[in-house]
Design a protein around this ligand. Structure first.
Ligand SMILES: [Zn+2]
Length: 274
């Protein structure tokens, strides 16, 4: 599933490649993609509109249009946004196609059919985003160590499910949570309230370092993730524990182990992470 670094990479690609383009046609191949939208309003709301900006909030892409409306895209588990020439054969998983005024197509491919799009007015976008009570952006300059300490205050939950909770912090998923906890040498089952100030600082520093490094390397491809030009990310070459059960740990003579924490597959080193 694309997490913050992957969605950030797609956002940066879209900014470079489609801002300034006009949408000349929309083809909804799988109406399920628009479960929550009125198709009669969706297509006329897009055709003839220029893409004026692209933003990201948590794992959502926000494509701003000249009409003042915003096209929100959630890629969910296997969603891909690909900029291609129309001659390129469509995949069986192509759900939605936007034709652009430079002759290219922006296609939403999604094997698992969980991706969702909405066309929302300015007011609806803020309502829609606040509905999820999204937590702060961990790479934002406003997200200081003090802010992180405040957020953790009084939290009795286990640290891994807490980091995955989008209302606590936005954008972390299973890959980066396991990598951050390994780098910070914290067991994923630790209670947040039991973390020392030094341990909280390690999580904070490693979270920001790893997310920024993963953005610089254009994300992690372990499965479906591709950038807008269909290329894989490179951060998978830097992974230390995620999906590496049985591999030699990089920090000790032991091996990486796998367990379940909060219902999620979890990879960690039982010796390095305490
Ligand atoms: Zn180890």
């Amino acid at each position: 599933m694309p997490e913050l670094p992957e969605v950030e990479t797609i956002k940066n690609d879209l900014r470079a490649l489609v801002v300034g383009r006009k949408i000349t046609g929309v083809e909804v191949i799988d109406p399920q993609i628009g479960l929550h939208i009125d198709l009669g309003h969706f297509i006329p709301g897009l055709v003839g509109k220029e893409i004026v900006a692209v933003d990201r909030r948590a794992k959502y892409l926000l494509v701003r249009l000249s009409s003042g409306h915003t096209l929100t895209i959630q890629l969910m588990v296997t969603g891909q946004l690909l900029l291609v020439n129309p001659e390129e054969p469509r995949s069986k998983s192509t759900r939605l196609v936007f034709s652009l005024d430079n002759g290219q197509e922006l296609r939403l491919n999604d094997r698992s059919k969980l991706a969702r799009v909405h066309l929302l007015s300015e007011e609806e976008v803020s309502q829609w985003l606040s509905r999820d009570r999204l937590g702060p952006e961990p790479i934002s300059p406003d997200f200081t160590l003090d802010v992180f300490r405040q957020l953790l205050r009084g939290r009795r939950t286990t640290i891994k499910p807490l980091l995955l909770d989008q209302s606590f912090i936005s954008g972390l998923g299973n890959i980066y949570t396991d990598e951050v906890l390994f780098a910070a040498r914290i067991a994923p089952t630790r209670k947040a309230t039991d973390l020392s100030p030094a341990e909280v600082e390690r999580i904070y520093e490693e979270m920001r370092r790893i997310l920024k490094e993963a953005i610089a390397l254009r994300g992690t491809t372990v499965q479906a993730y591709r950038d807008v030009l269909g290329r894989k990310g490179s951060y998978q070459t830097r992974l230390k524990v995620f999906r590496k059960a049985g591999h030699q740990c990089e920090g000790c003579p032991g091996k990486v182990a796998e367990t379940r924490v909060g219902g999620r597959d979890t990879f960690y080193c039982p010796s390095c992470q305490t």
